[in-house]
Ligand binder design. Structure first.
Ligand SMILES: [Zn+2]
Length: 243
């Protein structure tokens, strides 16, 4: 009754079940996982029904994904990670060193895993470590690009002071702007189409003019990017598939 995997749109998704303290159960899609949180209060019969309902929802959601538009990063030996301005090649090496290490040379990311450490892990566990090490390097390498894009958009449309602009590895939101003018952009957007990335930057910069989501705010967004609704739609339909 509780499937471990489902295949949707020709792709395999792992289904993860979690116990939730909350009274309500929920579902979300995150990367290649469907995460179902089942309330502790739900009866077995209800749980079965909910799982069926949630998987149906996930299927609908995934069927809306525009195929081919998202190039999923491949964090494994021989894998490639496509960003807007660079393709990274991932090379994984097992070494006799104690610690794991990683370095970036041009566009090659070399990951060194300690033999003892690596042998203790499952393939999946190793994948998680490789992903984290590679992501950290890409994130650092792409900061210049992020600043370039936001500076350009800011100069063209806003002329506001921005205190800092950073990538964040958040899953919950694509961007934020604080009252102190610190801007955060989700690292995952590097794997979205360029226009979508630019839209989120425009959105956050627009908050320097209007610190809310009022009509006036959306007018500011539209002024800087008339076709912003397409990017919003793209994020709604595809955003959860990123990285
Ligand atoms: Zn906003």
């Amino acid at each position: 009754m509780f499937p471990k995997y489902i295949e949707l749109n020709g792709e395999k998704f792992e289904v993860v079940y979690e116990r939730a303290k909350a009274r309500t159960s929920s579902v979300r899609i995150s990367g290649d996982k469907v995460v179902i949180k089942l309330s502790r209060f739900a009866r077995d019969f209800d749980q079965d029904r909910m799982v069926v309902k949630f998987l149906k929802w996930a299927g609908k959601r995934i069927s809306k994904v525009e195929k081919g538009l998202v190039l999923k990063p491949e964090y494994n030996d021989g894998g490639k990670v496509f960003t807007h301005n660079k393709v990274y090649d991932i090379v994984v090496k097992i070494t006799d060193r104690k610690n794991n290490a990683a370095r970036l040379k041009d566009s090659v990311i070399e990951i060194f895993l300690g033999r003892v450490f690596s042998e203790k892990l499952s393939e999946k566990g190793r994948g998680v470590v490789v992903k984290k090490l590679a992501e950290d390097l890409i994130l650092k390498d792409q900061v210049a690009y992020l600043n370039e894009v936001t500076d350009e958009l800011n100069q063209m449309h806003f002329q506001e002071k921005v205190n800092s602009c950073k990538f964040k590895k958040t899953r919950s939101r694509f961007g934020s702007m604080s009252k102190k003018r610190n801007m955060n952009i989700s690292f995952r957007l590097l794997f979205a189409p360029r226009e979508v990335f630019r839209y989120v930057c425009v959105h956050e910069l627009s908050h320097l003019k209007e610190f809310n989501h009022s009509k006036r705010f959306w007018a500011v967004v539209e002024g800087a990017m008339p076709e912003y609704k397409e990017a919003e739609k793209w994020l709604r339909n595809n955003g959860f598939m990123l990285g």
